[in-house]
Design a protein around this ligand. Sequence first.
Ligand SMILES: Nc1ncnc2c1ncn2[C@@H]1O[C@H](COP(=O)(O)OP(=O)(O)O)[C@@H](O)[C@H]1O
Ligand SMILES: O=P(O)(O)O[C@H]1O[C@H](CO)[C@@H](O[C@H]2O[C@H](CO)[C@@H](O)[C@H](O)[C@H]2O)[C@H](O)[C@H]1O
Length: 461
Amino acid sequence: MPKTALQSPTGVSPSLLLNSLAGLLHEWLPRQRWFAGKGRPVTGLTLASMTELHPGCLHLLVRAEHAEQATRSGPGTAPADNLYQLLLGVREMLPPYLAPAFIGRATEGPLTGLMVYDALQEPRSAGLLLDRLRHPGAAGPLRFERDARIDVPAGLTPRVLDAEQSNTSLVYGDAFILKVFRRVQAGINPDLEVPRALARHGCTRVPAPVAWFRTSQPQEATLGVLQPFLPDADDGWTLALRSLESGGDFTDEAYELGRATAEVHLALTSAFPVDPPEPHRNKRLAAAMTERLDATARSVPALLPHVPGLRAAFDAFALLDTERPAQRIHGDLHLGQVLWSGQQWFVIDFEGEPARPLAERRRAQSPVRDVAGMLRSFDYAARTRLPWRPEWARRCRDAYCAGYAAEATSDPREEPGLLRAYETDRALYEVLYEARHRPDWLPVPMAAISRLAEPGPAEPR
Ligand SMILES: Nc1ncnc2c1ncn2[C@@H]1O[C@H](COP(=O)(O)OP(=O)(O)O)[C@@H](O)[C@H]1O
Ligand SMILES: O=P(O)(O)O[C@H]1O[C@H](CO)[C@@H](O[C@H]2O[C@H](CO)[C@@H](O)[C@H](O)[C@H]2O)[C@H](O)[C@H]1O
């Protein structure tokens, strides 16, 4: 057991503990990809819950506020409630292998002089977390639960997944993957809710949750989900780039992806209630899209010249008289969310667009939102590789829609006005996402914005 002076922090009051951690977290949080106010300074910090998982390892839920945009409304703006999940280790000395996990040395409060680090990167703590999931039970406000029908062996070697992620995932022995949600919102996370429901309904396109953990403090919320790991799978983004780099064709894969999407959509209509068509739904949705457009343009002024053209796409959508049922969907479908196992496409990450409030992400919506997300993704892939091959994207988009139509009751290409509105809404989300997280990528969705703002076909060109 590592030598630590923190044998039992349960006797330490949260406010005292925060004295020790506040300075360190002010520095560390803004550098994390999952921090909502990435790069912006933390302006307030409170401890919402603290649980000692094992000596020297603290599970914390920390509420952090950041400067700017914290109070604006609209897509992608930070919810008022920014609650983060942290697993912190505390030691007197840090062994070299934990250097990348180092957060800082506490200079105040009860932890003074101790080294604080991200315990998710420590194999011992990661292993103990898996043990908790293997043996359902409680630890303070935390509850560990599992599907008892699936065996999870002891002693699987953990590693942190090296992926550009919104959360942190640990892979255990190439057999299971545990996603630890970093931003925690009240209620069940759709990334647990949806795959569980789909698995119950016999859908084999989604790795079924094996175990999960949640908290009751400061509110009921999902904290992490363990699923089978597909060890030899490549994600769709990697495969698409490979195809572009080799001058290849991706239409067979795109067609199959369309079929897989339609299959998941169909399974979702069995697993969750479907909202029947409702008069004026298009008008209401178009109004919400227009509001998001205005809010996004306030955050990213480069959009301003395109606002009238984009608004026209939403106005045309409002006037469409085909009202469709709404259903649960994926919510953030793109090439990075699908895995090719060698035999079939799997769909992962049902969390929805991470910046939207959870209640909104769990709402029934048009399946066209997902279709639009994937169509945008083909355009994304084509635009990130030179020479630009617009025909590659066009062919993939067409094949994807054809595959979708082969399994579903409708062909997305038959309703261009609907598709254009959802693609525009998605491209606006992407503009905000890139402006915040990867400003170098901003030209990718901006190219689509210029195209979508012009009258005429919405196809990439
Ligand atoms: N069941 C799985 N099998 C294999 N790899 C997976 C699995 N689930 C996720 N991954 C890998 O982990 C990455 C991040 O997962 P994802 O659920 O998208 O996390 P986040 O929501 O944090 O972005 C994926 O891009 C994929 O490469
Ligand atoms: O973290 P998530 O995978 O849940 O999704 C977020 O990050 C994605 C980028 O990693 C972002 O996707 C955008 O870039 C992708 C290429 O990196 C591209 O395939 C997508 O089409 C594009 O939207 C996604 O929007 C965001 O929610």
